[in-house]
Design a protein around this ligand. Structure first.
Ligand code: CAO
Length: 444
């Protein structure tokens, strides 16, 4: 047996460095320079490499133990390596007499270490004859520059041109492992792809293996869902959003609407609050033309549209669709009611033509039939405004003398703050409150 003991080399005067990781186990084959343990002092972390090639026959340390220079780390049986070397060629190896377990090596016995531990390691490896007789301790700093990583990871980082200081380590005590490097590179690539002209990059959300935490089911997203996601993200990232809220008293509107139920049946349609909201938005858009505009010329121009086409978000089993109702200002409430029903039905049956989803100036997203008392809709750019409608409810309202039950409709108006100022937003919302609160205003 050619058992050789590897000891802690000169570790830069660190008195008691703690073993924070044992990298090998009995039976492992190790090569020269392969890390055996990782030590951490109050100044740095460093990997203690094997100085011989062979099989680990004894690990003499455990995590948490404090070691100083010269302390034994492991016993390596170098016989296999010697045999292999002997069969390969070198006459040198024939003269090698492997030593039996060396006495505990001390700093005095150890060869003069090079100033730089890295140099020491490479010098030792280069200078040592095959079938090394005396182990040459050498420390590979695992935490050069404050980063803690093994030689293989450092080599890979050099090859990839990655500065390890920028990589966060997921190993024990922040050790950078190969997977951290791979994730860093993947993230850098995806950030590069999404970097904007202004140079800002959006940090990617890490991909998680959710199966680690329990059973999962992965499905492909529909084309529509992916398209919606891309549009939402584009709007969200490009448009500085402001959302303004108000409640409209639609008590009178609801009385009027319910009184028309029979007439609706006679006409073969159904009158929901939506056609009234469409009509009110058309008037508010006419009176507040900035809301009926879009940015152009890289933000240097505003295009004021002379038409009023309003998109209506429709929730369908396939995903979100936004058919556009054209010339809302020129249609009657009954015509709008019929069109709402028709477009919503065809959206759910996926029978809309692409042209029917284009040309919108403004969007209404109504969750009134679903519930909730408020949400912040995302502007459907290049439009500059969107109205979120929540569920109307009867609430007590103080009329100056007493609380009276009134039907209140919660509205949320989001707008592009590059185009719409708070004052514009406030006026638009005030218009809606007036129009929906008193339907007579719609004909003015
Ligand atoms: N408050 C209280 N009740 C309301 C209401 C409101 N704000 N809005 C509608 N309702 C009532 C309707 O009056 C109707 O009841 P009645 O038949 O008794 O009158 C019932 O809710 C169902 O209405 P509806 O949904 O069939 O019709 P609609 O005209 O209100 O809406 C449409 C049509 C297409 C907008 C709607 O069906 C829809 O898909 N909404 C979801 C939009 C969406 O997903 N937005 C989010 C986009 S961003 O992810």
């Amino acid at each position: 047996m050619s058992k050789q003991q590897v000891t802690v080399p000169d570790i830069g005067g660190a008195e008691g460095a703690e073993v924070i990781e044992v990298l090998v186990a009995v039976g492992d084959s190790v090569a020269v320079d392969q890390g055996l343990i990782v030590l951490e002092s109050d100044k740095a972390s460093m990997e203690i490499p094997s100085t011989v090639a062979g099989t680990v026959v004894e690990v003499l340390v455990a995590e948490g133990q404090e070691l100083a220079e010269g302390a034994p780390v492991a016993v390596i049986d170098a016989a296999a390596a010697v045999e292999q070397a002997a069969t390969e060629d070198s006459p040198e190896t024939e003269s090698v007499a492997p030593v039996e377990p060396p006495a505990k090596q001390t700093a005095a016995e150890a060869p003069e270490p090079a100033t730089q531990p890295n140099e020491a390691a490479s010098t030792a490896a280069a200078a040592a004859p095959r079938g090394i007789e005396t182990p040459v301790p050498a420390a590979t700093p695992a935490a050069a520059g404050g980063v803690y990583a093994g030689p293989a990871v450092r080599k890979l980082a050099r090859e990839l041109g990655v500065q390890l200081e920028q990589v966060s380590g997921s190993g024990p005590r922040g050790r950078v492992v190969k997977e951290d490097l791979q994730q860093f590179v993947r993230k850098a690539l995806s950030e590069g792809a999404s970097a904007t002209a202004g140079g800002g990059a959006i940090p990617a959300i890490p991909e998680i293996d959710f199966a680690k935490f329990g059973a999962v089911d992965v499905t492909e997203r529909s084309k529509l869902d992916k398209l919606t996601a891309a549009n939402m993200q584009r709007s969200w990232l490009n448009v500085p959003h402001v959302t303004q809220f108000d409640d409209v008293d639609i008590t009178a509107l609801e009385e009027f609407r319910k009184g028309l139920k029979a007439e609706g049946e006679r006409r073969g349609t159904r009158l929901t609050p939506m056609p009234f909201i469409l009509k009110a938005c058309a008037v508010a858009l006419r009176d507040n033309p900035k809301f009926n505009s879009s940015l152009a010329g890289q933000g240097s121009q505003l295009v004021y549209k002379q038409y009023i086409h309003i998109g209506m978000a429709v929730d369908t089993p396939a995903g979100l669709m936004v058919p556009v109702i054209r010339d809302v200002d020129r249609k009657t409430v009954w015509e709008l009611a019929a069109e709402v029903l028709d477009l919503a039905a065809r959206a759910r049956d996926r029978k809309l033509m692409p042209a029917e989803m284009q040309g919108g100036c403004f969007t209404i997203s109504s969750l009134g039939s679903i519930g909730g008392n408020g949400f912040t809709p995302i502007v459907n750019a290049p439009e500059v405004g969107i109205l979120g409608v929540s569920r109307a409810a009867i609430k007590p309202v103080w009329n100056g003398a007493e609380f009276v039950p009134r039907t209140l409709l919660p509205l949320a108006l989001s707008y592009d703050h590059r185009v719409i100022n708070g004052g514009d937003g406030g006026r638009f919302m005030a218009s809606l409150v007036t129009l929906l609160g008193d339907l007579r205003q719609l004909v003015m």
